[in-house]
Ligand binder design. Structure first.
Ligand SMILES: Nc1ncnc2c1ncn2[C@@H]1O[C@H](COP(=O)(O)OP(=O)(O)OP(=O)(O)O)[C@@H](O)[C@H]1O
Length: 291
């Protein structure tokens, strides 16, 4: 099972290039797409979901070009868009039956699948409630349920944690892990902690370009020896911000303790610190800025 994105660019009206010559090879597992607002994540996801087409480049699903044969992927695809709308008066069963009908699914097997999904997503206690009364987390789980109706091999989820409270976020992460198995799950976020614990692969996007694609431990390795801890007097913080890439600040009795991402020690007394993925992300963005 593989999804290959080859030299994909996407131009919108007004000469906006949302994606630029993107190459990305995905295999079974959870792929986290990380990037700031406007990086091109939703554009890429819409293309993967065959809703939008690249301006140039190709996408192959198990070797088949999805522009030429979109149905090859569509029947194996589950997609949860960012702006997923529900019918607030329907209860979960009614809504999922409706979503199944739109996908051309029906019959007793589908009814059974709906009940299994409601159980899996921990919504079985709310079968009679209208979706309009659901919390953000419950609505999102309904969105995931509709994406899973056809037991997809490729599950594409756009910014699934937006609007979730911290508890719901944690639950969502463990749900992703439960769902991973014999499929590719691609999900986008601009929040690093969503990815840290779950993703097998991290792809970092910025301004339509792929800045990095690797597993979390290689990303961490790439920034080893480039993260420093220093203490500076309070009044020097503005100066420090202008000079260095700072990934953290902690107030101490003797001043401000800074975490700095830098190729060389920022000050002679700087002490090397253990990198986090946040440091790696900042380092990659910093290198992009220098390029
Ligand atoms: N339909 C459109 N027409 C014109 N420009 C668009 C359109 N959709 C997106 N863009 C632009 O393309 C770029 C990438 O947008 P995209 O929504 O893919 O980014 P994103 O990483 O998903 O950001 P966000 O997290 O804000 O959704 C942005 O500059 C955006 O303004």
């Amino acid at each position: 099972m593989q999804l290959e994105i080859k030299q994909v660019s996407k131009q919108y009206k007004g000469d906006v290039w949302a994606l630029r010559e993107m190459n990305l090879h995905m295999k079974k597992g959870i792929v986290g797409l990380l990037g700031p607002n406007g990086a091109g994540k939703s554009t890429l996801m819409r293309i993967l979901a065959t809703i939008s087409q690249p301006t140039t480049g190709t996408i192959n699903w198990n070797g088949i070009d999805i522009r030429k044969e979109p149905d090859e992927l569509r029947q194996m695809l589950g997609y949860l868009p960012q702006d997923f709308g529900v019918y607030p008066h329907l209860n979960p069963i009614e809504f999922l039956e409706y979503a199944a009908a739109l996908k051309g699914l029906g019959g007793r097997q589908t009814k059974q699948r709906i009940m299994e999904l409601l159980e899996l997503l921990n919504l079985h206690h709310a079968l009679k409630r209208p979706i309009g009364s659901f919390s953000g987390g419950m609505r999102q789980r309904i969105g995931i349920a509709q994406a899973l109706l056809n037991d997809p091999r490729l599950l594409v989820i756009d910014e699934p944690t937006v609007g979730l409270d911290p508890e719901e976020r944690v639950r969502f992460r463990s749900l992703l892990t439960d769902l991973s198995g014999d499929r590719i799950i691609v999900f986008s976020t601009h929040i690093l902690s969503d990815i840290e614990a779950t993703a097998d692969q991290i792809a970092i996007l910025s301004e339509g370009r792929l800045l990095a694609h690797s597993d979390p431990s290689s990303l961490l390795r790439s920034v080893r020896g480039k993260v420093w801890s220093v203490i500076i007097p309070d009044e020097e913080i503005q100066n420090a911000r202008a000079k260095w890439t700072i990934s953290g600040t902690i107030r101490q009795d003797n001043g401000l303790q800074l975490r700095i991402v830098s190729n060389v020690p920022p000050l002679p007394e700087a002490i090397e610190a253990t990198p986090t993925l946040e440091d790696a992300y900042l380092y990659i963005r910093m290198k992009q800025g220098e390029a």
